[in-house]
Design a protein around this ligand. Structure first.
Ligand SMILES: Cc1cc2nc3c(=O)[nH]c(=O)nc-3n(C[C@H](O)[C@H](O)[C@H](O)COP(=O)(O)OP(=O)(O)OC[C@H]3O[C@@H](n4cnc5c(N)ncnc54)[C@H](O)[C@@H]3O)c2cc1C
Ligand code: SF4
Length: 495
């Protein structure tokens, strides 16, 4: 523990957000860098409590406790307190491949379980993580490292989102020859073409791909396995394959009028915005531009918030965000005690910006879409209706309350209602077993699918989740795959 009395002396100081009026006029990152003095004091708040939950990384009744990567949080905090930033990075690197991503986009599951958080505000673990990795990157201290030995095994990783990158990184450092196949024109998955630039600057993703390339990981872009690259060739050419294809089937609106121009999914909208920002697409589809439009976002989660923030930056005339669930309580409910992740009301950057610019919180709770109205071709409004949650015998379900219908003027409707699972093409071609939710069936122990040399990780196996869980899955699947390859290698040698 850096300072035994630190948690009594110092209050939590959060990362500082750029002023709203300034930040909505660009796509630069939302928060400002923190200085060394601040992180030193903040790390002094860590009590090194002995039975720390912040790095537990377990699920209890579907709710997280601590960091899924098992980050050695108290040790990192102690090193930061003593000014040893390189030592802190070294400790971080033992469990965490890419802190530059999580230190920006992670909801900080660790902080939800911080012991100090039982009575006080938790340690700013995520912001300390950000200081450490930013210092290392800015000072050129994150360098490529080549594995000392090569196993001679060839592994294909399909998909280059956080699970694919973490998997490829680990497999490579374990000495295997790794090729990552990605159907998009650039690597990164949702880190690149999902999460907006203001949350995660795309130069950080590209920098990490550059380092991995220097470390001899091969990236094959514009190549969809099962379409451009036949499955039979993959099975022939590689000793093992790890599928990290994400949960990419978006849930779409299916109400009358949802086929009209001006109705899009969140990913169509967000990926087009990032492609425009990066100059990837020269011809931009004007129906995907929110400039001057009244925007209705259907879905109150993080993806919906990213649509709100992006629409505001494009110059939307107004934004409404519909949420079918009730408004969460401001404090933990009795059935959601510490150290479980607190399920409480959060007002994220997009909503804060909408409050400031349009004078009210864009969120409308317990509300769903009944119909999208227009002139047959173009959207003009959204007919919404309030719902109540009733037990219909098979569990809680929303029931529309007649007489509560209202019409919201709209020129652009974005569905951000989550994902229904991975796409079927590859799963069917490989004849893989799926679980009851439609994800690739592979156990938590060995990440092995029903096909001998094929593994699965990330959202494709787990269902839609978080970057930090995708990283954890990628690393664990890599270790399982490497163990499998070494075991079969040893078996062949002894045969
Ligand atoms: C808009 C949005 C915002 C989010 N914000 C956050 C956030 O702030 N914090 C957070 O923790 N999580 C966030 N998430 C969730 C997080 O991004 C995902 O949980 C995570 O990216 C899943 O990683 P993955 O590697 O499993 O899949 P993905 O990131 O989806 O990557 C899968 C990759 O596989 C490729 N692929 C698919 N099929 C093939 C094929 N046959 N051949 C070749 N390539 C293929 C895809 O093109 C894609 O690049 C967000 C999600 C969305 C949609
Ligand atoms: S990766 Fe997320 S949960 Fe883990 S220590 Fe960092 S901020 Fe916390």
């Amino acid at each position: 523990m850096g300072k035994p009395t630190g948690f009594m002396e110092f209050k939590r100081v959060e990362a500082v957000y750029r002023p709203i009026n300034e930040r909505v006029s660009d796509y630069n990152e939302l928060t400002l860098p923190t200085d060394l003095e601040t992180v030193t004091i903040q790390s002094a708040r860590c009590m090194d409590c002995g039975v720390s939950f912040c790095h537990a990384g377990v699920l209890v009744e579907g709710t997280s406790i601590g960091c899924p990567l098992g980050n050695l949080v108290p040790e990192i905090n102690d090193l930061v307190y003593h000014g040893d930033i390189e030592g802190a990075y070294d400790r971080m690197s033992r469990t965490h491949p890419f802190p530059e991503f999580t230190s920006r986009v992670c909801p900080a599951l660790c902080e939800g379980s911080c012991t100090l958080g039982e009575h006080e505000l938790p340690v700013t673990i995520k912001n300390i993580e950000r200081y450490v990795i930013d210092y290392m990157l800015q000072n050129g201290k994150v360098r490529s490292r080549l594995p000392r030995v090569r196993t001679g095994k060839r592994v294909a990783v399909v998909g280059s989102g956080p699970s694919g990158l973490a998997c490829a990184d680990m497999l490579n450092h374990l000495g295997n020859d790794v090729t990552v196949f990605e159907r998009a024109d650039r690597a990164g998955g949702l880190l690149l073409y999902g999460i907006p630039n203001m949350k995660l600057d795309k130069s950080l993703v590209e920098n990490r791909i550059r380092i991995m390339t220097e470390e001899n990981v091969k990236f094959v872009l514009n190549s969809e396995v099962g379409h451009d690259v036949p499955v039979s060739r993959m099975l022939n050419d590689f000793d093992a394959i790890v599928l990290c294809c994400g949960s990419t089937n978006e849930r779409r609106l299916s109400v009358p009028g949802s086929g009209m121009e001006g109705v899009h999914t969140a990913i169509e909208f967000l990926s087009a915005a990032t492609k425009r920002l990066l100059g990837v697409e020269t011809r931009f589809d004007p129906t995907l531009d929110a400039k001057g439009k009244r925007v209705v976002v259907v879905g109150g989660g993080d993806t919906g918030t990213d649509c709100v923030g992006t629409a505001i930056r494009q110059g939307a005339a107004g934004v409404v965000q519909l949420e079918i669930m009730p408004r969460p309580s401001e404090t933990r409910a009795d059935n959601n005690p510490w150290p479980l992740w607190p399920k409480i009301l959060r007002t994220d950057y997009g909503q804060q910006e909408a409050c400031e610019l349009f004078g009210e919180d864009p969120r409308k709770y317990l509300t769903t879409v009944k119909e999208i109205k227009g002139n047959g071709e173009t959207v003009e409004s959204v007919l919404v209706v309030e719902v109540e949650w009733m037990n219909d015998g098979g569990g809680m379900a929303p029931r529309q309350i007649s007489g509560t219908e209202a019409e919201i003027p709209a020129d652009l409707v974005l569905s951000a209602m989550g994902f229904t699972g991975p796409e079927r093409t590859l799963i069917e071609q490989m004849q893989l077993e799926i679980d009851t939710r439609g994800n690739v069936r592979a156990s938590d122990d060995d990440y092995k699918s029903s096909l001998l040399t094929v593994f699965a990780a990330g959202d494709m196996r787990r269902g839609p989740s978080l970057v930090v869980w995708a990283l954890q899955e990628g690393r664990r699947a890599a270790v399982a795959c490497d163990t499998f390859l070494n075991a079969s290698h040893m078996n062949k040698e002894s045969a």
